[in-house]
Design a protein around this ligand. Sequence first.
Ligand code: MN
Length: 160
Amino acid sequence: MSLVTYKKKRAFTNSPEPEGNKKKGAQKELSFVIQRHKASRLHYDFRLEMEGVLKSWAVPKGPSMNPGDKRLAMMVEDHPYDYKDFTGIIPEGNYGAGIVEIWDMGTYSGVNPEHEKINEKRLLQSLKNGNLKFAMKGKKLKGEFALIKLKGKEDNSWLL
Ligand code: MN
């Protein structure tokens, strides 16, 4: 997957964010991270590893453990795999300037409607179809979640 947009938006001489040249190690499970990002507006960046990068959504209100809560999630550019470990301050004048903290992290797997684990190929297919279901093993987030693409809305609007 391409990190062209990610790289285009950033000047790595001015921002401590990873350039994205590191690849994943031996870990078999897929990773996720949720970063609390205190930028011009506070939001939570929800990132799921797929095909070697982090598929990313900005969630203004953050995720909820209450199944009744549906949270708007705006899909943004793919981030590099090693962004999952990034915390720090993005200086003023840079894209996303502000404070990034890790709110939760762990592993996850895609699941089908029968709650069975699916492989990464099927997971990518469900991303394309705008209907992702997955089981999270984090410290805060545990259990099944879904990301559903909103039809008839802006292209990048999803619900978590
Ligand atoms: Mn952000």
